[in-house]
Ligand binder design. Structure first.
Ligand code: PRP
Length: 210
């Protein structure tokens, strides 16, 4: 039976495919998947399921996939309780507190913070002993302070381009983020040999890359 791997769609797809290829996984079907959401390798060793990050954690928890490849931002926000085996050291970015130039970080009063990550945001402000109102936003979080919805945002930044192009400034740096290889606990017991073999090969590629 093939190992089922939920892979987060979007910007990490390309570097993940490069890593997997270097680790000996036949990724040609993945490279040519077009709009397909489930892709099998020709040797039928792996079945890739392309999904949004939060759904990868849902699939892992429900046991419908063996492995999930997903960002640590999502794992933290969705309180992952499966088994994180490897930091793939790609998809590197960082959480920041950002806002417009006139944002006063020390201003008295309850501030409104826009974010895709309410739990992480709440914890950050709790650690500062500050009470804030958190508004959950689904995408393009940078809009929130620009359209008057929030005083500031907590979001991830990779290149800093989105912030820069929207005249937003970083007021604090929070946790760093990278892509992780996570395994469903039950599946690890049942498929230990295959999973650890893939992990070993990936580890070697990561070491050689860094
Ligand atoms: C993420 C993040 C920022 C952007 C930062 O969004 O929420 O908007 O990337 O990247 P940069 O620093 O390289 O500019 P994503 O592209 O995942 O899209 P979304 O906001 O629509 O979820």
């Amino acid at each position: 039976m093939s190992l089922k791997i939920a892979l987060t769609k979007g910007r990490i797809e390309e570097p993940v495919i490069a890593l997997l290829s270097a680790a000996g996984v036949d990724c040609e079907p993945l490279k040519n998947k077009k709009r397909k959401l489930i892709v099998n390798t020709s040797d039928e060793k792996y079945e890739f399921i392309l999904a949004k990050g939060p759904d990868v954690t849902t699939y892992l928890n429900s046991g419908v996939v063996d492995i999930g490849i997903v960002g640590s931002d999502i794992l933290t926000e969705h309180r992952n309780n499966q088994y994180e085996l490897l930091d793939l050291e790609i998809g590197k970015c960082q959480f920041v507190l950002a806002s417009t130039e006139d944002f006063d970080i020390n201003k008295e009063g309850r501030r409104v913070i826009g974010t895709k990550y309410p739990l992480i945001t709440q914890k950050y402000f709790e650690s500062l002993g500050q009470d804030v109102e958190v508004i959950k936003i689904e995408g393009s979080v940078e809009l929130a302070p620009l359209i008057g919805l929030a005083d500031a945002i907590v979001d991830i930044t990779e290149t800093g381009t989105t912030l820069r192009e929207n005249n937003l400034y970083i007021y604090d740096y929070l946790d760093k983020v990278s892509t992780r290889f996570v395994v469903n606990r039950m599946s690890l017991k049942q498929n230990a040999r295959e999973i650890y073999s893939l992990v070993d090969r990936l580890e070697q590629v990561i070491k050689a890359n860094n």
